[in-house]
Ligand binder design. Sequence first.
Ligand SMILES: Cc1cc2nc3c(=O)[nH]c(=O)nc-3n(C[C@H](O)[C@H](O)[C@H](O)COP(=O)(O)OP(=O)(O)OC[C@H]3O[C@@H](n4cnc5c(N)ncnc54)[C@H](O)[C@@H]3O)c2cc1C
Length: 372
Amino acid sequence: MRQRIAVVGGGPGGLTFARVLHRHGHRVAVLERDPAPDARPPGGTLDLHEGLGQLALDKAGLRAEFEALSRPEGQAMRILGTDGTVLRDWRPRPGDRANPEIDRGQLRDLLRGPLDVRWGRGVTRVTPGTPDGVLVRYADGRQEPFDLVVGADGAWSRVRPAVSPATPHYTGVTAVETSLDDVDTRHPQLARLVGDGSMAVYGVNRALVAQRNSGGHVKVYAQFRAPLDRSADLDPADAGLLRSHLLALFDGWADPVLDLLRHGAGFALRPLHVLPVDHTWPHVRGVTLLGDAAHLMPPLGAGANLAMLDGAELAEAVAADPADLDGAVRAFEERMWTRAGRWARVTAAGLERLVSPDPAQALALFDEVQPA
Ligand SMILES: Cc1cc2nc3c(=O)[nH]c(=O)nc-3n(C[C@H](O)[C@H](O)[C@H](O)COP(=O)(O)OP(=O)(O)OC[C@H]3O[C@@H](n4cnc5c(N)ncnc54)[C@H](O)[C@@H]3O)c2cc1C
């Protein structure tokens, strides 16, 4: 008998799950809240690691397409002092494809491919254990039963309450995101400053990171420690005020670095939240979580990778024995929890050192993780 499988959320985790199942000839309903693929800006660039995101793409049969789209040169990383001095200038060797970058929008389109995503399908509640199976309730009040519902709906998951009472808590660090377009022609100096990949500057309890995306687009992340209520007072809609706030916060830093904030267009506020490091739950028949919904952690380059590998592994487990959905989900959960717990500890410690009272910690971390 065909199993009724749904994944809530069409982010990297949900789409990888659906795409790998599709590759194995299984149908899955992808329920996505956004009304259309381009309903909101897709976000910045992601580095996909060998053995994590890249392994997931292998499982989806998308290696060649990824290699055509991704930017190995985007692995370059430069660290400046707050006075603009270049402290580290790391570039990948020719042929190094350990962590190439890809725009999030390109990755979404690559994964989406032939999938029939149900756009505008916001899920409000999931109820397991009914006589019909697991009931999914939509924002318009309608309900639909499934045999397996996978919550891949991110940080503020509406599926999570069906299995776990955990909710994300604030890390103490807020990121404000802005961006610059067409940097090579409009801001050639800034284009050189950022280089082919990322540039970071670390100060006392604050950091500024700029990342090149494709097409001359640069995303800038100003990160700082602040109480949640104070960062909530910042209004991203008032760009002038927010810009002056940031320039005051980063006062004294080198002018070319501050130009990234002066020329940034549009701001988004992202107080960084995380789930408890060892988040697990008593197994619930017919419902599970993956990606940020299961293990939200600081954005240190692992979250999308883990979400994708979760999705690919769960899909493979389901495809291997569709008659034993519950067994497949149980085995997947054990494996995901172990891996996610390890990464949650690494990224939590990493955030403490990158946005730290002692900026030397950030440089030391870079030297520990970056191959010479
Ligand atoms: C600034 C920043 C930079 C980052 N950089 C990196 C990086 O370089 N590398 C990396 O690996 N990770 C990075 N991350 C982390 C990464 O973005 C996340 O871990 C990843 O997107 C998680 O994928 P996901 O599929 O689990 O969830 P999401 O990407 O959050 O996708 C969830 C999807 O579910 C949908 N949804 C939400 N609620 C509902 C609902 N109720 N009903 C239906 N649909 C719903 C959403 O619209 C969305 O499409 C970064 C994060 C941030 C904030």
